[in-house]
Write a protein that binds this ligand. Sequence first.
Ligand code: FAD
Ligand code: N01
Length: 531
Amino acid sequence: MEDRDVVIVGAGFAGMYMLHKIQQMGMSVTVIERGDGVGGTWYWNRYPGARCDVESMSYSYSFSEDLQQEWVWPQRYAAQPEILRYANHVADRFDLRRDILFETTVTKAEYDEEAKRWTVQTETGRTFRTRYLIMATGCLSVPKVPELPGLDRFAGRVLHTAHWPHEGVDFSGVTVGIIGTGSSGVQSIPLIAKQARHLTVFQRTANFSIPAWNGPMRAEREAEMKRRYGALRQRARTSYAGDYTYADEDMVSILELSPEERELQFEKRWQEGGFHYQYAFGDLMVSEQANEIAAEFVRGKIRATVKNPKVAEILCPKDHPLGSKRLCVDSEYYETYNRDNVSLIDIKADPIVEITKSGLRTREADHRFDALVLATGFDAMTGALTKIDIRGRGGVSLKEQWQDGPRTYLGLAVAGFPNLFTINGPGSPSVFVNMILACEQHVEWISRLIGHAEASRCIEIEAGDEAQEAWTRELSESADKTLYVKANSWYLGANIPGKPRIFMPYVDGFHTYASICENMASKGYPGFQLS
Ligand code: FAD
Ligand code: N01
C-alpha cells in the first residue's frame, strides 16, 4: 500500500493540469494512466482526419502566459499528432512525468470511513491509499463497440476510431466499410475515401456538418492574437462556449431577421465555419421554428454540393434539430460522396442484419469489404466512472447509485463520496464548451477547495444531499427548456442500450457555471460539508 495525499486518475488535459497544481501545492501525488503516454483523447483517437473543432489558439491551456506565447499552432484547427505533441511538451516543460504511472488501469476505489482515506486498486496489483481522489477519466474515453451480431466472425480487420493503431493503417488497395457518421466518421470518411479502393458508409442518422475551412495559421494573425491573448482568454471565460471566438454579445435572433438578412447571416456564419453557425444565433437552440430555418439552409448546402440527388437526400438530417446532436465540423465531407469509390447505405431504411465473414448483410443486400471501421462513439460522461468499482460511505457503489442517471453537485462531487472529485463530471458544462478551459476551471476550483480544507484543518469534504438534488433538478429543468433534449444523442445516454435517459451536461453555459462556482467558493462552499 503506497500512501499519497492525492491520487489522480487519467493523464489527459484535465489530469495533467491537476497534477501541476498539486505539485505546486507541495502535496504528494500520483497520476494513474491506462495509456503509455499523456494526452488522453489525443493519445487514443489517432484515426485519419482527427483534429479539434475549437480553434487551437483557444483549445489550449491558458494557465501559463509563457506556454501560450511560445507554442506555435501551425493550423487553425490542429490535427491529432500536433495536439499530442503539445501535450507531451507540456508534460516535459512542467516536469509532470515523474509523478505519472503509465500503463496502469484503476479498477477499484473504496472509501475507508475510519481512516478517512481512499484505497485505490489497479490492474497491475499496485495499491494506493490517498486522502483525495480526483477522477480525470474523461467524458469520451470509453469507446462503444456496437452489439452487432456476427462481429466476431468478420475475417478482416475491425478498427474503432478511438482505439486506432499507433503505427497508422494503410488502406491503399483495400475495400473498407465504416459504420457511424458522427464527428469521428465525418472527419475520417474523406481521408479513408482518398486512400481506399472503395469505401461504403453505413449511416443510421444523418448529422449536420459545417465546414471547418481549416488552413495554415497566418503569422500576422497569430502575432496579433498573441498580443491580445490575455483579453481573448478573458472573453472566453465570460462566454457561453468558453471560447473567445463566439462571444454572447455577437449573437443575433433568427426570428428577428428578415428572410434576406437571414440568408446573409447564415452564409456569413457558414463561411466562418464550424461552431460559428451554432453560436451566432441566440434562438437556435430554444425555438423549433428558428432551428428549422437554419437547418434548411444547411440542407440547401448539402443538396448543392452532392451531385446525386438521392444521396444528397439521405445525407440531409431531418429527424432532429440542428445542434441537438453535437454539430460536426468537416473538411470536404459532403464532397466525398461525389467520388466514384464511395457508396452510402441508409441503414435506417435498410437495417444491418448481421456482420458476415466477408462484410455485412443488410435486409436488402450483401456488402463485402476487407476492413471495417467503427466510428460508433463512446459511453459518454459516466462510462469511465462507472467502469471503476467506486465505493463510498457504507460501501455504496457509485454505479448503483447512478442506475437511474448520474446525480452530482456541480458535476464536481457526489454525496456519500467524500474527498472524491470529478473533473468535467456529468452535471458540468464539459462537452458543451471548450473543454480545455473547462478542465482549467475545474482544476483551479478543486485546488482552491483542497487548499481551503488544508488551511482550516478539515479532513473531509462532502457534497450535501440537498444541494445535489437541487443541482440535479436545476440541470434537467434548464435542459428541458432547450431543443437539446429533442434528439437521441449521447448527451442523453441514448446511444448505450439500457442507459437511463438523463440529460448529462449543464446547458446554461460556461460563464454562468463558472460564476456559480466562484460565488460558492467566495461564500465558504455552501452545499458542501467540511469537517
Ligand atoms: P481525456 O482526454 O479523455 O483523458 C482521460 C484519461 O483517463 C485517458 O487518457 C484514459 O486513458 C484515462 N483513464 C480513464 N479511465 C481510467 C482508468 N480506470 N484507469 C487509468 N486511466 C484511466 N473537446 C473540445 O473542447 N474541442 C475539441 O475540438 C474536441 N475534439 C475532440 C475530438 C475527439 C476525437 C474526441 C474523442 C473528443 C474531443 N473533444 C474535444 C473532447 C475531449 O475529450 C476533451 O477536449 C479533452 O481532451 C478531455 O480531456 P480529459 O483530460 O478530461 O479527458
Ligand atoms: O461518436 P457519435 P463520435 N449501428 O456517438 C452510429 C467528440 N468528437 O465518435 O446517430 C449503426 O457522435 C451513430 O448513429 P446514431 C464530439 O464531442 C469530436 O463520432 O446513433 N450505427 C453515429 O452516427 C463527438 O460528439 C471530434 O443513429 C451506429 C455514430 O455511430 C463525440 O466525440 C471528433 C451504431 C456515433 O457517433 C463522439 O463522436 C470526434 C449501430 N449499432 C469526436 N452505434 C471533433 O471533430 C452507433 N452508431 C472535434
